[in-house]
Design a binder for this molecule. Structure first.
Ligand SMILES: Cc1ncc(COP(=O)(O)O)c(C=O)c1O
Length: 347
């Protein structure tokens, strides 16, 4: 299916910003084109970074085994979410589809673009409501966001079910795999060559332990990715971020030992939390957090923990998350401290 049909007309017609360095292809010796300072006091920070992040692109493409042209590199995957909506959704006309409860930024970015938001609730067991989706999806729905493992419920969706969504919509299906490194699930990245309307988001903010550098990627059909690259800020990845990301890629990447430790701690915490009197349910999780339902007020629990210096996330206002909090898995000693404090508060 033709990607251009999904893209807004003004974006199809856009001539992106281009710098002299972008247009030059020989061996450069003297840079007097970009009104920078000529003095390099601090590892090339006097210069603008490479707008197309060529070295980083090469290494990320290799790491994820995808062609360079299918990669958008962003200021966190939040930038990819924003740009995907901006290139596809005509304000006041088009919509995104999401499956609440889910990650909040899909809706926020859609609202900023003044696009509509079609909410189709997850089933009670947190599975995808495929029948409802088939009934409700239409040609104004330009993007369907699927988060797997889902934040905040922690469960994953089977690739075949996600593929059904791709077949049922004429828009994009964006699969947000921010937490997939903590799960046993198979990535949808390898399906990208089969479906040109499928996009996968990954981030360095979770298992890569680098939320502070702000680096996320979108992987998709080059025909679509070229529009994300056309609308991004020219220098969206700063030099310090690029250098840190290169060093992470050259070392082991997501640290296997720590990822394994988080998974073990997650299961240990699940058991121990269930033993605490005021806790009703701890949902199974494929991510680095647990969704926990308490017997009394989630809001009160969050407040009492905060008084003791511990911050967790109140999710009780979200649909299907009545009386629920989301707890990130920390280091073993952090988890112990939380358990001790919870016992004090809840018993
Ligand atoms: C599902 C999901 N996607 C994306 C993000 C944001 O990732 P980034 O830090 O790459 O912007 C988060 C952050 O918590 C998330 O939970």
């Amino acid at each position: 299916m033709d990607i251009d049909r999904i893209i807004r007309k003004n974006i199809l017609a856009l001539k992106p910003y281009s710098s002299a360095r972008n247009e030059f292809s020989g061996k450069a010796e003297l840079f007097l084109d970009a009104n920078e300072s000529p003095w390099d006091d601090d590892s090339r920070l006097n210069r603008y970074p490479d707008p197309m992040q060529r070295e980083l692109r090469r290494k990320i493409a290799k790491c994820f085994s995808v062609p360079e042209a299918s990669l958008f590199i962003g200021n966190g995957s939040d930038e990819a979410i924003d740009l995907l909506i901006r290139v596809t959704c005509e304000p006041e006309q088009d919509r995104i589809v999401q499956f609440p409860p889910t990650y909040g930024m899909y809706e926020v970015q859609a609202r900023i673009q003044n696009a509509g938001v079609k909410n189709i609730l997850l089933n009670e067991d947190f599975s995808l409501p495929v029948e409802d989706y088939i009934k409700q999806v239409d040609e104004k729905d330009k993007i369907t966001f699927v988060c797997t493992p889902n934040n905040p419920t922690g469960n994953s969706f089977a690739p075949e079910v996600i593929e059904t969504l791709v077949h049922e919509t004429s828009g994009l299906v964006v699969v947000d795999e921010a937490y997939i490194d903590f799960s046993d699930s198979k990535s949808m990245i390898e399906k990208i060559s089969h479906y040109n309307r499928l996009v996968v988001l990954r981030t360095f903010s979770k298992a890569w332990a680098a939320a502070g550098i702000r680096l996320g990627i979108a992987i998709g059909n080059p025909e679509l990715i070229k529009y994300l690259n056309a609308v991004k800020y020219p220098y969206n990845i700063n030099q310090l971020t690029a250098e840190k990301a290169l060093s992470l890629l050259e070392s082991k990447g997501p640290y296997d030992e720590r990822r394994e430790l988080i998974r073990q701690e997650r299961e240990k915490m699940r058991q121990k939390l269930l033993e605490i009197r005021g806790i009703e349910t701890v949902f199974p999780s494929d991510a680095n957090f647990l969704l926990v339902r308490v017997k009394d007020s989630a809001h009160e629990l969050v407040r009492k923990l905060a008084e003791r210096g511990i911050i967790i996330r109140d999710r009780s206002q979200l649909p299907r998350c009545e009386k629920c909090v989301r707890i990130t898995i920390g280091r073993p000693e952090d988890n112990e401290r939380l358990l001790t404090t919870l016992k004090e508060i809840l018993s």
